[in-house]
Design a protein around this ligand. Structure first.
Ligand SMILES: *Cc1c(COP(=O)(O)O)cnc(C)c1O
Length: 242
């Protein structure tokens, strides 16, 4: 892989456009979220200079120290939190993120509401759905997802704006299992949208460096890509080590 972030970004974007075309989907229907976890701020700056504005981080502490200065310098950039979120980190997450993609329990929505009200801002959220054993987090059933959507629909959290769903496929070479995970997500999203037609739950965040083409074929509207843009993460960055 090229060491050049701008080149990698260009290659990833054209692979996404190619996958959109192959799947018969309109050009631009899939957004790229560049996952910069374990990579330094300088790497993010290179990506911003190459035109990338949407970033994802999975650990709040790292995200805050890296992105608080970056967002001050590049106010057009945007950060999503994509990793499992502890209640006591919600305040910091709310300070820097425009979207929390890893909402997996109602308690988090309550805490986000409290912190966003305090900050006088709103935050978008995605409901994370557990469709594969790779992920330790996520709502475990469509009923649990529906309860969270109903909680938001009740008006209890006016500073928290549900925008859709996120899932992680299992880490496996079994393409059918990966596809099945994305398909389960899409079908469940359709079911929840039917139950809550008043909500705009359009985002489907699914697909990573190794499986984003399959995700685009299965209806993803946002792919979260780290390695293919920024290169391998240091050994300590392996998810297993968290
Ligand atoms: C790290 C991570 C990604 C990006 O993974 P790559 O394989 O490096 O593209 C996407 N989503 C989540 C939730 C992650 O933690």
């Amino acid at each position: 892989m090229s060491q050049n972030i701008a080149e990698n970004l260009g290659a990833v974007l054209s692979a996404i456009r190619q996958a959109e075309r192959a799947a018969g989907r309109p050009e631009g229907s899939v957004r790229l979220l560049a996952v910069s976890k374990f990579h330094p701020a300088a790497a993010v700056v290179s990506a911003i200079r190459a035109g990338q504005l949407l970033f994802g981080e999975n650990r709040v502490q790292e995200a805050h120290s890296k992105f608080a200065p970056l967002l001050a310098e590049f106010p057009q950039a945007e950060l999503h939190i994509i990793g499992q979120l502890q209640r006591n980190k919600v305040r910091k997450a709310a300070e820097i993120a425009s979207c929390i993609e890893s909402v997996d329990r109602i308690e988090l929505i309550e805490e986000l509401e409290k912190q966003c009200a305090r900050l006088g801002k709103t935050v978008r959220i995605l409901f994370e759905y557990h469709t594969g054993e790779a992920s330790k987090s996520g709502f475990l059933s469509s009923d649990a997802l529906a309860q969270a959507a109903a909680y938001c629909g009740s008006g209890a959290a006016p500073h928290v704006i549900p925008a859709g769903f996120m899932t992680m496929a299992p880490f496996t070479d079994d393409r059918a299992a990966v596809r099945n995970s994305f398909r389960t997500m899409r079908k469940t999203a359709e079911e929840i949208r039917r139950r809550f037609p008043q909500m705009s739950l359009e985002t489907l965040s699914m697909g990573m460096s190794n499986d984003f083409v399959t995700a685009v074929e299965e209806g993803s509207t946002e792919v979260r890509i780290g390695t293919a843009i920024f290169g391998e993460r240091e050994a300590f960055g392996n998810e297993e080590a968290l």
